[in-house]
Design a protein around this ligand. Structure first.
Ligand code: NAD
Ligand code: WQD
Length: 342
């Protein structure tokens, strides 16, 4: 019998890539998503890549009764919880939407996992919990800073809910993966990121500028205290990130690790500036990006990158894809989307 994994938010960007890697690793997957920020085509993409009929349930994780029926229908021991609203700026304008969706869906998940004796929870956390760190690179011991957005606050709160629940439920295990900046797409170009409206994140803005959908990329600030004056991030390929979930899941299923609740950074350990990313994209795809230097964006931190050595050592996971491969895949995905539009 194959081990089944519930993937909430599995029609989304990171969830769909993780579903593929889970199936490649021999798991069965059930995807649950309310499609509030995704499209059924992503599920189709996962089916096409893997050649498998993956069960999809259109469920809102905030709807406890509907969510419960899914627990009654499927025998899984583990859940990966991607379902959440994720736009930092929107969370400042609509905090209640973020507290309602991200907290209610997660509380429902943890309670149902407890009630149905399903022991393993993998939670999508974020490097946003570190705020502006005092020292680079950040380790899991780097203190969390007060959240600078309601979105970030929900990530901190969900980490705490998971830690405290696991402490009180002896059969339960949990891992929070703190993602750095996920970018790229599956090399098949059948799944990738689907930004709604004007992209807020850097790489989707770059690919849309390259495609002529946006006229000009604004680089937010070139007077930061960094070598080229632009901000530094740790850009992690989405396929590498997806594989980190498989490694973390194995750790929980095999009950490795002395602690039942653990946290891991998922990054490359390499800091890349905005200008380096843009130049890298131009080189990887042999094209030019129209960009200008614009004022700093409010709330941006200067620099953050991961120390991923804990995940390297304990999960046996390493980021493998080169930045060039990642930037190439991102462009292939943009071209696929443009063809789909036409
Ligand atoms: P995404 O929006 O593409 O995926 C989230 C999915 O969850 C979407 O398909 C959406 O329809 C679904 N969803 C939202 N609320 C739901 C609900 N109540 N019930 C059922 N489905 C629901 O986002 P993503 O980039 O794939 O992010 C996945 C997770 O990773 C999120 O929790 C996000 O906060 C976290 N994360 C993302 C990033 C990033 O930069 N993309 C970085 C760190 C952490
Ligand atoms: C990266 C860099 C911008 C757009 C966000 C969330 C974080 C996490 C990952 C979920 C910054 C610059 C951007 C543009 C630019 N998500 N930029 N022009 O802000 O590091 O992180 O996504 O958990 O919580 O805050 O990512 O892609 O928005 O920005 O110059 O048009 O690119 O200033 O330096 P960020 P980003």
């Amino acid at each position: 019998m194959k081990e089944t994994v519930l993937v909430t938010g599995g029609a989304g960007y990171i969830g769909s890539h993780t579903a593929v890697e889970l199936i490649n690793a021999g798991f069965d997957v059930v995807i649950a998503d309310n499609l509030s920020n995704s499209d059924l085509q992503a599920v189709e993409g996962v089916r096409r890549i893997t050649g498998r009929e993956i069960p999809f349930e259109q469920v809102d994780c905030c709807d406890r009764e509907a969510f419960k029926r899914l627990f009654e229908r499927y025998e899984f021991r583990s859940a990966i919880h991607f379902a959440a609203s994720k736009a930092v700026g929107e969370s400042v304008e609509q905090p209640l939407k973020y507290y309602r969706n991200n907290l209610t869906s997660f509380l429902n998940l943890v309670e149902l996992m407890r009630d149905f004796h399903r022991p393993n929870i993998l939670f999508s956390s974020s490097c946003t919990v570190y705020g502006e760190p005092d020292k680079q690179p950040v380790t899991e011991q780097t203190p969390r800073k007060p959240a600078t957005s309601p979105y970030g606050n929900t990530k901190q709160m969900c980490e705490d809910i998971l830690r405290d629940s696991i402490a009180a439920i002896p059969e339960m295990r949990g891992i929070a993966l703190r993602y750095f900046n996920p970018i790229g797409a599956h090399p098949s170009a059948l799944i990738g990121e689907l930004p709604r409206g004007v992209p807020q994140n850097l790489l989707p803005y770059v690919t849309q500028t390259a495609a002529g959908i946006r006229e000009c990329l604004s680089i937010f600030g070139d007077d930061y205290p960094t070598p080229d004056g632009t901000c530094i991030r740790d850009y992690i390929d989405v396929v590498d990130l997806a594989r980190a979930h498989v490694a973390a899941l194995h750790r929980m299923l095999e009950k490795r690790g002395t602690e039942r609740y653990e946290v891991f950074n998922v990054g490359t350990g390499r800091g890349v500036s905005v200008l380096e990313l843009v130049k890298g994209f131009e080189k990887a795809n042999n094209l030019k990006i129209n960009y200008r230097i614009a004022p700093r964006r409010a709330g941006d931190i200067v620099a953050i990158w991961a120390d991923p050595s804990l995940a390297n050592r304990e999960l046996g996971w390493h980021a493998e894809r080169t930045l060039e491969e990642t930037l190439h895949a991102a462009w292939e995905w943009q071209c696929h989307l443009d063809r789909r539009e036409k």
